[in-house]
Design a protein around this ligand. Structure first.
Ligand code: FA5
Length: 336
């Protein structure tokens, strides 16, 4: 067999292949399982050692030559195909761009902004305090001394370090320490009307409790302040927040070390289609009461710790869970 002539014929056919499909057909015809060169390679086994020594290298050279020709023709055809595509395609700059996803404000941030706006209309300024608090502001000044059992009621995250004065350092468990900081800032000489929105932390996690959540503290200090002012303020705020006039509040006696008397405030809601819709008297059929916040008249000891004379000044305070308020307003049923 003339392997040289065979190679030239094959090379000619390969160079003449017009496209990649034709080239693949040729590859199969020569080098595929049933290809002609594969068949030649199989004959090697039946040859005598001498014959194999002379013929083997020729068959292998033929296979190498064909494989090389296939590879170079493939590269040429692919290059030509790319050139053709580049020449044929053009960029249409008039096509509309795909719509991009826009972010939106987190429901909790949105609710905090709404709260600040409503309370600003009622004359409340926004006050802030640190999230890393000391034990004195978070507990002691709020009438929860070291041995007080209420101190253990808050599952607190503590730091290993202490302050320079030896106070324990912790992640604040409520926004109430801002009451103390705001009182101290006036020197005990002026009326106060503030809200303090912010993050608070407790070692707690399930569908209605998360380790980090948001509270808004409210504090009003003045002369002649009483519980009626608290009730009016909360009713006015909740009507504006839920945009409904039929908000009914229920004040339940409660206990917080920093307020005396203390009241927990529930709001009436209707259950419709599995969702709680705020409004109406919670005692009516199909209605219920939901706890919204803790509040009360500021304890005399807390006024004193904040630098106010409790014989002259009175105040009310409240602390509400923003996350729950957001769940209620936007119909979410799991805090996480
Ligand atoms: C307090 O934190 C008091 N500082 C509130 C207060 C302020 C009372 C001023 C009187 C005067 P309490 O632990 O109940 O109270 O929390 C207040 C609200 O925060 C709760 O009603 C609830 O809405 C919300 N809350 C409490 N724990 C969690 C939690 N783990 N996850 C989400 N929300 C929570």
């Amino acid at each position: 067999m003339d392997y040289e002539a065979e190679l030239q014929t094959a090379q000619g056919a390969i160079m003449a292949a017009a496209d990649l499909d034709a080239l693949e057909a040729l590859r199969l015809a020569y080098l595929g399982k049933a290809g002609s060169i594969s068949a030649l390679l199989k004959t090697l086994g039946a040859m005598s050692p001498d014959e194999r020594q002379t013929t083997g290298p020729r068959i292998h050279a033929l296979r190498e030559g064909v494989a090389g020709a296939l590879a170079s023709r493939k590269a040429a055809l692919e290059g030509a195909a790319l050139e053709a595509r580049l020449a044929a395609e053009e960029v249409d700059l008039t096509l509309p761009a795909p719509a991009s996803q826009r972010g939106s404000i987190h429901p909790v941030s949105q609710v905090m902004e709404e709260l600040a706006e409503i309370f600003a209309d009622l004359g409340f300024a926004v006050a802030t305090g640190p999230e890393i608090e000391d034990g004195w502001h978070n507990f002691t000044a709020l009438n929860m001394p070291e041995s007080h059992p209420a101190r253990a009621m808050h599952d607190t995250f503590y730091f290993a370090e202490r302050t320079e004065t030896g106070e324990e350092l912790l992640l604040r468990t409520h926004t109430s320490p801002v009451q103390i900081r705001a009182m101290q800032a006036t020197g005990g000489t002026q009326p106060l009307r503030i809200i303090a929105p912010g993050r608070v932390y407790r070692s707690d996690s399930d569908a209605t409790h998360t380790p980090m959540f948001h509270q808004v503290e409210g504090l009003v200090i003045g002369e002649g302040i009483h519980l009626g002012h608290l009730k009016w303020t909360l009713e006015t705020f909740l009507r504006a927040f839920f945009e409904r006039d039929d908000i009914v509040l229920r004040l339940r006696p409660s206990y917080f070390p920093f307020t005396e008397p203390s009241v927990e405030v529930d709001v009436g809601y209707a259950s419709t289609g599995g969702r709680r819709v705020v409004g109406g008297n919670g005692d009516d059929a199909g209605h219920g009461w939901m706890e919204l916040l803790g509040s009360g008249m500021v304890n005399r000891r807390v006024l004193t710790a904040g630098g106010y004379d409790p014989d002259r000044w009175q105040g009310f305070a409240f602390g509400l869970g923003v996350d729950r308020l957001a769940m209620l307003k936007y119909g979410m049923d799991d805090l996480r």
